[in-house]
Design a protein around this ligand. Structure first.
Ligand code: MN
Length: 289
């Protein structure tokens, strides 16, 4: 049996002190409103990652050699997403201050707030790049200000430098907010129609970037196992091209992959999420020589 860490890599390559990357599982699910089960997301991603080939054929290397530590799951509360984000913030702060790239696995999208808050302390000029079907710009949802459906609204109280990609479903209230605040968004419709969309997004990004990847950004034909699937989503290769170009141009300070809600018997979704996480680390590892 390989070690039960992300990728199942040897102990020598997964020690915290010598690892550039830290996988942080956050199996939190409290404000999810439609399909349930995202609390099982981190374990499913780590299980699927055992089947991810350590060699990445695209970049021609084994990213794990830069060291990938899998941290224990963070403590989970049931007293609201604000309290959960306080725990996430404290869990990320020390790691980010040490210069680790944290790869947080969700869990519902609300947890990104705590991670972004920790990153902003070290990287005050941070841009938050959000891949998501939804704008997540409601000013609270069903009485929860820190709901998954409000996470980008809360993040924009920390920094106005946000950029949404793949967005294709939001409310009239969010539409008003997007217009009033001139929120940067590349919609899924634009990504479908405009062959230059990847380069147009990359041109507008620079400096330090936090990537928050809500898996419902993908088309449900590629990844159905998410709580709020939405047709017309992004596909695999354009997303990889975007991530590779962004990570090459900018400094990826940390990232999250959230909202996997595993469907029994559909291990393809779990594997897509695991492989995506491996790809993000792989592109960043190219900078580390
Ligand atoms: Mn989201």
């Amino acid at each position: 049996m390989p070690p039960r860490n992300f990728l199942g890599i040897p102990t020598a390559n997964s020690q915290l002190a010598t690892s550039s990357y830290v996988i942080l599982p956050v199996p939190y699910e409290e404000t999810a409103t439609y399909g349930k089960g995202t609390q099982y997301g981190p374990a499913a991603i780590i299980a699927a990652s055992q089947e991810v080939e350590l060699f990445d054929d695209e970049i021609g290397r084994e990213p794990y050699l830069a060291g990938i530590h899998t941290a224990p799951s963070v403590e989970i509360t049931s007293v609201g997403a604000k309290a959960q984000n306080e725990i996430v913030y404290k869990s990320c702060r020390e790691l980010v201050q040490q210069g680790k790239v944290v790869g947080m696995l969700g869990g519902e999208h609300s947890i990104s707030f705590g991670a972004v808050r920790a990153c902003l302390e070290k990287y005050p000029d941070l841009t938050v790049l959000q891949l998501d079907a939804h704008a997540d710009l409601r000013d609270g949802y069903l009485g929860e200000r820190f709901s998954h459906a409000a996470v980008m609204r809360r993040i924009r109280e920390l920094t106005k430098k946000t950029y949404g990609v793949g967005v294709r479903n939001y409310s009239s209230e969010e539409n008003d907010y997007i217009k009033a605040e001139q929120v940067s968004i590349c919609s899924a419709g634009n990504a479908y129609r405009n062959p230059r969309w990847v380069d147009e997004v990359v041109e507008q990004l620079s400096g330090d970037v936090y990537l928050t990847f809500d898996l419902d950004a993908f088309d449900p034909s590629l990844l159905p196992a998410t709580g709020t699937p939405e047709p017309g989503g992004l596909t695999w290769y354009p997303v990889l091209e975007l991530l590779r170009k962004v990570i090459t141009k900018c400094r990826l300070v940390s990232f999250d992959v959230v909202e996997l809600s595993p469907i029994e018997g559909n291990h393809a979704s779990d594997f897509v999420a695991a492989k995506l996480t491996h790809k993000i680390i792989g592109y960043d590892s190219l900078k580390r020589g």
